[in-house]
Design a protein around this ligand. Structure first.
Ligand code: ADP
Ligand code: MG
Length: 357
């Protein structure tokens, strides 16, 4: 079954991912309805409708669901129990959400599919943290089980006596203690899985982070990453299948001398896939919509030799006049208001080289 143009797509979360999804939906003739607790989320201004309500407002979610033909989400820190009010209309389903929003569940789940993750322990007390240091050695990174993103909710332990300070820094919350990995590079697999289980992956992106925030994604990712590509795509497909995931799924990896290690998953479109808007034959946003609408998946291949996407973080956005004047630079601004430090305000994509065949 597929939903025809003119249908309404509900999007929970009104940030830039929702905004770019709504713009892709409009191109195909679909309407979007944003659900978000904020006053003027940047996705709402490019969408047909907006419900302002809390993510755990079950009654508002139920009404929202009645007004939409399918509902999806643009971020994973949502109460999975409340979203079950949306029933079968929610794609990807609450299983993908529940696994991706809890780092301990996520790591166990990934290990269960046969993929490798960094050595880790769940921790609930300072004693647990000290035990993890004894077991895993240093460096270790503590990450809160829930609500972390862009490096938030993380603290590094670099020597055995740093356990207490790191535990304090993350607010003494249930967390995972994870061995620090010395990787050669980071990369992500972004794939879409359709309702009938067909999966298509985008070319791998090499990702560079600064202070826990994505700075740049580059495609092609380079020979040392591409050598791991087949196994990584296989691992990501296995994870998608095990979740019975419908829509785009992102799997972040560390490329290490002895192979790829899964860092984390996101049950959604991802910052490291923004290059696909200009750089791929189908963008990640359109591909996600195709999957949840029951349409055939599009061609994820490159339109040219490659692409580089740079995030505009905080005051970087002030460079917009230069960027908008630069030939070949595709500038995206999210109109999020104040350019606070560490806030993602926009991005710029540059396409390289000739079309590949
Ligand atoms: P977030 O949800 O904030 O993206 P991540 O777990 O992806 O959290 O961590 C953000 C970044 O921090 C990673 O992309 C990587 O650069 C670095 N990082 C996280 N975990 C580790 C680790 N175990 N070893 C080395 N670097 C890490
Ligand atoms: Mg990450």
């Amino acid at each position: 079954m597929s939903l025809s143009p003119g249908s309404t797509i509900g999007i929970i979360g009104g940030g830039q991912l929702g905004r770019m999804m709504a713009m892709a939906a409009a191109r195909l003739g679909y309407r979007c309805h944003i659900f978000d607790p904020h006053e003027a989320p940047c996705a709402a201004e490019v969408s047909a409708e907006f419900t302002r309500a809390a993510f755990d407002d079950v009654e508002a979610l139920r009404r929202f669901g009645e007004q939409c033909d399918v509902v999806t989400y643009e971020f994973e820190n949502l109460p999975a129990e409340s979203l079950s009010a949306l029933g079968d209309k929610l794609l990807p389903g609450t299983r993908s959400l529940a696994v991706a929003q809890d780092r301990a569940e996520e790591k166990s789940f990934i290990e269960g599919t046969g993929a490798r993750v960094a050595p880790w322990r769940p921790v609930e007390s300072l004693d647990d943290v000290r035990q993890a240091v004894a077991d895993l050695g240093v460096p270790i990174v503590l990450k809160t089980r829930r609500y972390g993103y862009d490096g938030k909710g993380q603290s590094w332990i670099r020597s055995a006596d740093g356990a207490g300070a790191a535990w304090d820094e993350i607010g003494r919350q249930p967390a995972v203690a994870e061995a620090g990995i010395s990787f050669e590079a980071e990369f992500s697999v972004i794939l879409a899985r359709s309702i009938d289980g067909d999966a298509k992956a985008f070319p791998l992106a090499r990702n560079e982070h600064e202070g826990g925030i994505l700075r740049t994604s580059t495609v092609p990712a380079g020979p040392e990453i591409d050598a791991l590509g087949e196994a990584a795509i296989e691992a990501a497909s296995t994870i998608a299948e095990a979740l019975d995931h419908v829509g785009v799924l992102t799997v972040e990896f560390f490329a290490c001398a002895d192979g790829a290690i899964v860092n984390e998953i996101a049950p959604r479109v991802h910052n490291s896939g923004h290059w696909t808007i200009e750089g791929a034959k189908t963008s990640q946003f359109e591909q996600h919509l195709r999957a949840i609408l029951g349409l055939p998946l599009g061609d994820p291949g490159l339109v040219a030799g490659g692409a580089t996407m740079d995030n505009l973080i905080g005051p970087d956005v002030e460079r917009w006049h230069d960027l908008v004047a630069e030939p070949g630079a595709a500038l995206h601004l999210y109109n999020k208001g104040e350019a606070r430090p560490r806030r993602k305000m926009g991005h710029v994509t540059r396409i390289r080289g000739n079309p590949a065949s």
